[in-house]
Design a protein around this ligand. Structure first.
Ligand code: CRA
Length: 814
């Protein structure tokens, strides 16, 4: 007997169809006959939302009336993915929806496809935030996600006829968006600029301008918890919509200027990943959502109180700073407590310090935000004063602890010229965590070493995780059914460590064959999807080898593409007979930051390698390269279940954690990877014999930097590497034009900061091991299944439990 615990609503398909009809008629004003799939999508979404409403109310009132501290996850990004399927799952309405839509005469796929995914994040950091709020709701922990409802999310990527990346705006709100509820009655005022004056011995900030922050609320339904939390995304509006006087003088554009300026704040997500852009607008965005959120929390937790006792604030809510983007919240809470509520400095500091915690997501020094003091002074003069005072207090504290002058200077939060947000966060909050064991260790040993020496107890680790609801249950229904069959229960969806129970089944050839059949069926599905969406002809009988992530030098897409070129050259030159080649289809997915030149060159190169190889009859069926454009959560959900082999090949010591690595392992792909980020822990858990490890370690990388790294040496020493780079240089992939990849090649041969060339030998060497195993399908699948069985640890439910226990000190609602 299989135990089924998934939520299931008592509503019948017929009833649900009636609810959809009613929405169509009374809210949207269209008949079923007139309706398009997009109308049905909106109606069905509204109908599911209604089913979640009571749980949402109850969760909010229990949160405010209860004695369980809430979590406020402050994040500039929430990369949610599509909502409908996830909401249906949690409301227990999946089957009813499928049947109702058919009954209404529509195709389920058309209706689901009508949803445009909100791309309110760049990559891992934003998707992590989305996984975390899903897990908090599923664990029944009261929580708010606080962020910005950008009008334009991450750009839509296209490729031009030369294979270059083109960025077009992603206006995701063109059609009706049924999930976000805009609440004009719970707005907040956020002010900027002006000056600080003294009145009656008190500092008073006289801002120059203000914007209206209006919340847009999204339900965050938990799985099988009966809880629905809130994602509150702020949108910026102007207080002076329109200047009639100016308008009457026919200066139409000037008349709407204040409106345009205010709305600019939530206009666009910065298309950056790991590199900050020193733009005033970005700081305005950060302050905008953080200030609104802090005031919102006071409103929520001290309802109707003019003189709330904010000394208890940290018992009501704990704010997690998702990287440095929301760190301006520290001086903001200080200001609110002192200037708006009259607390003294020390009381304000105690509360602030207890309220905030900081997660660092990077090891790249350029990704730790540093703001020019001048800019902060212009936009937020009072905050700059507070930061200066924090610095004085900090320096005195360090001195009292016996830290020497030079180190105190090194550790400065405020240097006079600039403000280092990571340092402010580390000092201003209670805890600091990295996102994987190795990363947290490197934070302590290198990036924040001085801080960890002085405040060792602040530092901890929480390894990232991913939600099994979206990335297994929804994305991979076949594997989900097989897991449930194997375990005899579907409880693993909310308790992923149960996957361990699959391990004995890896010895059962029949089960392994079923597992292999699931993968094969998923590959066929993906091939059909790729045909439909991109026009690609992917052969599902080849190994599907994926590399999907932001395009960054440290992630080393260049290593992969050079190895592909080398393999191509092997076949072309006859070094390997085509018949001896194990057929592979390589699938890339990656967006490059618009201003990141080498990353964009790499995209162009991949596209052109794909063009040449896919059109060469000599390698036909043996080697294929595809680069579906605009990689996003939707594409991830289709691709990940179909992958045989996934690449996690960053230079050791650069990828803080990675979360794609977890999704692929959970879906039964094998990984080829370096000892970096969470790869280390994945390999530990799944077993070294079930992971293709290669490449330099962090220590070896450091030693090579120290000794003086010369990429040219590796180029000269390895004829296959040399041949591959020469092909890029000689125009093989640019119709004979030698100038196209000049800069990329020059960088490889003279700089190669992330040591692609040094790891090339090890990377290509491990390919024969990979292919030998793949030639034995039963053994390959056995290992892939062992990966699944041991990846339960990488559930974001577990990450949340770690945060709750080590940092937040709270738990589920009672
Ligand atoms: N780019 C890291 O690089 C990590 C995610 C989530 C990143 C990834 O290794 O998995 O965060 N860092 O923790 C980041 O955005 C600002 O730093 C990422 O997504």
């Amino acid at each position: 007997m299989t135990e089924i615990t998934a939520p299931k609503s008592a509503v019948t398909a017929e009833q649900f169809a009636d609810e959809i009809r009613e929405q169509l008629k009374y809210t949207q004003g269209v008949t079923v006959e007139q309706a398009k799939p997009a109308d049905v999508y909106v109606a069905a979404s509204a109908a599911v939302r209604r089913h979640l409403m009571d749980s949402w109310f109850k969760t909010q009132s229990d949160m405010v009336n209860g004695n369980t501290k809430a979590v406020g996850y402050l994040s500039a990004e929430f990369l949610m993915g599509k909502q409908l399927r996830n909401a249906l799952l949690n409301a227990g309405l999946t089957e009813q929806f499928d049947a109702a839509v058919k009954e209404l005469g529509f195709s389920v796929q058309d209706v689901v496809d009508a949803e445009h995914e909100p791309g309110l994040g760049n990559g891992g950091l934003g998707r992590l935030a989305a996984c975390f709020i899903d897990s908090l709701a599923s664990l029944g922990v009261p929580a708010f996600g606080y962020g910005i409802q950008y009008k334009y999310g991450i750009f839509e990527q296209k490729f031009d006829e030369n294979g270059k990346q083109i960025e077009t705006p992603d206006y995701w709100l063109t059609n009706e968006e049924p999930w976000g509820h805009i609440d004009y009655n719970r707005d907040q005022k956020v002010s900027f600029g002006g000056e600080v004056v003294e009145e009656d011995g008190k500092k008073v900030w006289k801002p120059a301008w203000s914007v209206r922050a209006v919340p847009v609320d999204y339900m965050v339904p938990g799985y099988a918890s009966g809880r629905v939390n809130t994602l509150r995304l702020w949108t910026a509006k102007s207080y002076d919509e329109f200047d009639l006087l100016t308008f009457n003088k026919s200066e139409y554009l000037d008349a709407v200027k204040p409106q345009v300026e205010a709305e600019n704040i939530s206009k666009i997500l910065y298309p950056e990943d790991s590199t900050p852009q020193g733009k005033a607008l970005r700081l305005e965005q950060q302050y905008f959502f953080v200030s609104a959120s802090i005031h919102d929390a006071i409103r929520v937790f001290y309802p109707g109180q003019d003189k709330p006792d904010l000394t208890t604030f940290a018992d009501k809510i704990t704010f997690q700073l998702n990287d440095t983007h929301p760190v301006i919240g520290i001086p903001e809470l200080m200001r609110v407590l002192m200037d708006e509520y009259g607390y003294d400095w020390d009381t304000a500091w105690t509360v602030t310090n207890k309220t905030f915690n900081y997660t660092c997501h990077t090891l790249l020094p350029e990704a730790l935000e540093v703001w020019p003091s001048k800019l902060i002074g212009e936009l937020l003069p009072r905050h700059l004063e507070i930061i200066e005072k924090i610095q004085d207090q900090f320096a005195a504290e360090l001195k009292a602890k016996g830290v020497d002058e030079a180190t105190i200077k090194d550790m400065a939060i405020y240097t006079g010229d600039s403000v280092r947000m990571a340092y402010l966060a580390t000092y201003g909050g209670s805890h600091v965590n990295g996102v994987a064991e190795l990363h947290s260790q490197l934070l302590k040993d290198v990036t924040l070493k001085n801080f960890s020496d002085v405040y060792p107890d602040k530092f901890t680790n929480v390894t990232n995780g991913v939600t099994p609801r979206r990335f297994v249950k929804l994305a991979n229904p076949r594997l989900s059914d097989l897991i449930t069959e194997g375990l005899g229960t579907d409880k693993w969806v909310s308790d992923l460590e149960l996957l361990k129970g699959l391990e004995p089944l890896a010895a059962d050839d029949e089960f392994v064959k079923k597992f292999a059949a699931v993968k094969q069926a998923n590959k066929v599905d993906f091939s059909n999807y790729a045909k439909r969406e991109y026009g690609f002809d992917i052969d599902p009988n080849t190994m599907i080898n994926t590399m999907v992530k932001r395009l960054h030098e440290y992630k080393r897409q260049a290593l992969k593409i050079l190895a592909v070129i080398a393999r191509y050259a092997d076949i072309k030159s006859g070094r390997i007979a085509a018949d001896d080649v194990m057929p592979r289809t390589i699938v890339f997915g990656a967006k490059a930051a618009p201003g990141y030149y080498l990353a964009k060159q790499t995209i162009q190169l991949i596209n052109n390698v794909a063009r040449v190889i896919n059109n060469d009859p000599d390698v036909k069926g043996k080697l294929n390269v595809y680069f579906p454009w605009n990689y996003n959560v939707r594409l991830a959900q289709h691709l990940i279940p179909a992958a045989d082999l996934d690449e996690q090949i960053s230079q050791a010591g650069k990828e803080a954690s990675g979360t794609g690595n977890m999704k692929f392992a959970l879906n039964g792909a094998m990984t080829v990877g370096t000892l970096d980020g969470a790869n280390v822990e994945i390999r530990e858990r799944v077993g070294a014999e079930n992971f293709f490890l290669f490449g330099m370690t962090v220590d070896e990388v450091d030693a090579l930097y120290a000794e003086g790294y010369d990429p040219k040496k590796y180029y000269e020493a390895d004829p296959r590497l040399k041949a591959a780079i020469d092909m890029v240089a000689d125009g093989t992939f640019s119709n004979g034009d030698k100038t196209v990849y000049e800069d990329l090649v020059h960088d490889w041969l003279t700089k190669d900061w992330f040591m692609t060339l040094a790891d090339f030998g090890a990377y290509t060497a491990i390919q024969s091991e990979i292919e030998a195993l793949y030639a034995q399908p039963l053994e390959w699948n056995r290992k892939a299944l062992i990966n699944v069985a041991n990846s339960g640890y990488f559930s974001s439910d577990r990450s949340m439990e770690d945060y709750l226990e080590r940092i937040w000190m709270t738990g589920p609602l009672k």
